[in-house]
Design a protein around this ligand. Structure first.
Ligand code: CMP
Length: 139
């Protein structure tokens, strides 16, 4: 069934000029972009988006990094969107990501790992609603 996921092309990717290459891969894998925008995450927004990680030792650094420069946020649609995007991204740590995945190719480190993708259908709905109103999304 066609469903949706949320991606963030992270500050390290945008800084290095890798947005185009990454989004091309996403489209080539059959995703339709149903909404996209370039934004600078405010510290408070980054804190709220990653609130589930607030007890983790890396939380402060992660928030600082995500607010360090512009990102692209996009709502993506295709069959099994969440699973397919996670496969295309590769493991969280670029060093452990399979060859050919986005993180293996473009990620710097476990923190600066090029791209975010929702980890479940329920979180995808929450994360898409975090950045987009329904009227901003078109299949
Ligand atoms: P993401 O998929 O956006 O979800 C949470 C983010 O936290 C993750 O990608 C990484 O950017 C970051 N992260 C996860 N684990 C670690 C870690 N052990 N050290 C530093 N950053 C991490």
């Amino acid at each position: 069934m066609a469903n949706r996921t949320l991606t963030i092309i992270k500050p390290d990717s945008v800084r290095k000029g890798n947005f185009g290459k990454i989004i091309t891969r996403i489209e080539a894998d059959g995703f339709t972009i149903v909404g996209i925008k370039k934004i600078g995450l405010a510290q408070k927004q980054a804190e709220a988006f990653y609130a589930v990680h607030r007890e983790r030792p890396f939380y402060r650094d992660l928030v600082k990094y995500m607010a360090s420069g512009p990102v692209y946020v996009a709502a993506l649609q295709r069959e099994d969107a969440v699973t397919r995007l996670r496969k295309l991204m590769g493991a969280t740590d670029p060093k452990k990501a399979d060859k050919g995945t986005i993180r293996a190719e473009f990620g710097e480190s476990i923190e600066q790992n090029a791209i975010h993708g929702s980890d479940s259908d329920d979180n995808a709905k929450i994360e898409i609603a975090f950045f987009f109103s329904e009227s901003e999304l078109t299949a």
